[in-house]
Ligand binder design. Structure first.
Ligand code: PLP
Length: 362
């Protein structure tokens, strides 16, 4: 199989695998006072130091969670109480579902948030919590988060940034971005699923209300015994992940092949993650393309992976005004270990599929 669905889950990095296995072998709960507990606490705090250093905050300002979905929910509930909530139109469902009554910040045809609209929205009304993702999971579009943070600061708003897709692929630093909080996910950067984190600046760390109280772990900000093997793997993956720039020529080759077969590259004019291509084949439903490519041994997806395994219409592509083309778009997302041969196999399979299906669609 050729795996080109990294934005759903990256393949496990060897460094992460080794760290998971080492942690699995060591008994102990970080809350216990005996030697095994202290060793577990050491492992937890070492992971916290590595991740907070990599992403630009202090160890006291990092809360481990089960993943980015929980980190987004913790930020929205824990920092948004009593505030008006504004979210980007292309945010992940992790954000949308946690803020069902939010006001929506529109995006342009390339998926970039309208910062003039943000300025206008913040000019009146109560203090806000704004959620703007750093990179989109379906198109790879990179948002002007630092500029949005400056606007938020001027209006006394907090900015929460979902960096689940950006971390490990772009330089990501909470302090440089100027955001109040940042959500991370282990399995999106080559660690195991089951761990993530919410990183906070000092003011947000002081203000955060917990979602889960339990036994007071994570300084009372997230109750529950932390999953040490997953967290150790998460930290190892954060250290190992460079950025995705080296994948740009491979992504370019995949897009060139797809264009030659009749595809339109969505969001091509915007700054994008180097590993992500969103390809629409006019007249051919995304689901049909997925099945054809799957039969040819190529794993890609249609927009967001969803738990039912069914392909739903993409709110991201709809917000970009793509109309019918949105139903014909697939996402090709290159993993950290993608090779030339993977792209060659994809190009052959895509060309064969397009030739066959476009005939039927015509
Ligand atoms: N945010 C974005 C942008 C994502 O792409 C995803 C996963 O697809 C999530 C949040 C949820 O992450 P997790 O699987 O760690 O809960």
């Amino acid at each position: 199989m050729v795996y080109l669905d990294a934005n759903a889950s990256e393949p496990l990095r060897p460094e992460a695998r080794a760290a998971v296995l080492a942690a699995l072998e060591a008994p102990g709960n970080p809350s216990s006072v005996h030697a095994a507990g202290r060793a577990a606490r050491h492992r937890l705090e070492t992971a916290r130091e590595a991740i907070s250093a990599r992403f630009g905050t202090g160890t006291a300002n990092l809360v481990f969670t089960s993943g980015a979905t929980e980190a987004d929910a913790l930020a929205i509930h824990g920092l948004g109480a009593g505030r008006r909530v504004i979210i980007g139109a292309t945010e992940h469902d992790a954000v949308r579902a946690a803020a069902p009554d939010a006001d929506i910040l529109p995006v342009d045809g390339d998926g970039i948030a309208d910062l003039d609209a943000l300025e206008r929205m913040l000019a009146s009304g109560p203090p806000a919590l704004v959620c703007l993702m750093l990179a989109n999971n379906e198109t790879g579009t990179i948002q002007p988060v630092a500029a949005a943070a400056a606007i938020c600061r001027r209006h006394g708003a907090r900015l929460h940034v979902d960096a689940a897709q950006a971390a490990g692929r772009l330089p990501v630093d909470l302090a440089t971005l100027g955001a109040a909080s940042l959500a991370l996910s282990s399995h999106k950067l080559g660690g195991p699923a089951g761990a993530g984190a919410l990183l906070l600046d000092a003011a947000a760390a002081a203000a955060l209300a917990p979602l889960i109280r339990g036994g007071g772990q994570e300084r009372g900000r997230r109750g529950g015994t932390p999953p040490l093997p997953a967290i150790a793997g998460f930290a190892a993956a954060c250290v190992a992940a460079g950025d995705a720039a080296a994948l740009a020529p491979l992504r370019e080759a995949a897009e060139t092949a797809a264009r030659a077969a009749g595809a339109v590259v969505i969001g091509a004019a915007a700054p994008r993650l180097a590993n992500t291509a969103c390809l629409a084949l006019p007249g051919v439903a995304a689901e049909t393309q997925l099945m054809a490519l799957d039969l040819a041994g190529i794993a890609v997806s249609a927009g967001a992976a969803c738990s039912s395994g069914k392909v739903a219409a993409s709110h991201v592509l709809a917000a970009m005004g793509l109309g019918e083309l949105a139903r014909c778009a697939i996402r090709v997302s290159l993993p950290w270990n993608a090779a030339d041969a993977d792209i060659a196999a994809f190009a052959d399979a895509y060309a064969a599929m397009a030739a066959r299906l476009a005939r039927h669609a015509a």
